[in-house]
Design a protein around this ligand. Structure first.
Ligand code: SF4
Length: 134
């Protein structure tokens, strides 16, 4: 293979390209989109754990550099004020309501808070002869 052909091939390939030298359009053409880094880490962890968020929660590989960030939050970030927490909670409530709508659930169901959600069956205390509440 002559050097001219080799050069042409190299410029066409995306393998090994430095994303710092790529345009946003080029990155988007490869399926990437601008997103918060914590979101990217979270997505990577879900992929790593076989598409299972529950397995990400259970991940025991504490030596992995992503481990502290795997739940999509930065535990090293400064503590938020009560006002910031309330704003974030409201934002999350709206986002969850939207997600519920997209998933086909009625809005009333989607905005249900954890306190309003129906409880599962209560498990009787060990040694108790009581029937579990229905
Ligand atoms: S913390 Fe590391 S090992 Fe654990 S799920 Fe994320 S990427 Fe995978």
């Amino acid at each position: 293979m002559d050097s001219k052909k080799r050069t042409t091939r190299t410029t066409r390939t995306t393998i090994g390209r430095d994303p710092r030298t790529m345009s946003r359009a080029e990155l988007e053409s490869l399926g990437h989109r601008k997103r918060p880094l914590l979101s990217a880490i979270r997505q990577n962890c879900v992929d790593c754990a076989g598409a299972s968020p529950a397995e990400v929660r259970r991940c025991a590989l504490i030596a992995c550099p992503f481990w502290p960030y795997r739940m999509g939050v930065n535990p090293f970030a400064a503590e938020r004020s009560e006002e910031q927490k309330a704003t974030a909670a409201e934002k999350m409530r709206r986002l969850n309501a939207k997600r519920g709508e997209f998933a086909g659930f009625p809005r009333e169901t989607a905005v249900q808070t954890a306190a309003e959600a129906p409880r599962g069956r209560e498990i009787p205390a060990e040694g108790s002869s009581e029937e579990p509440a229905q």
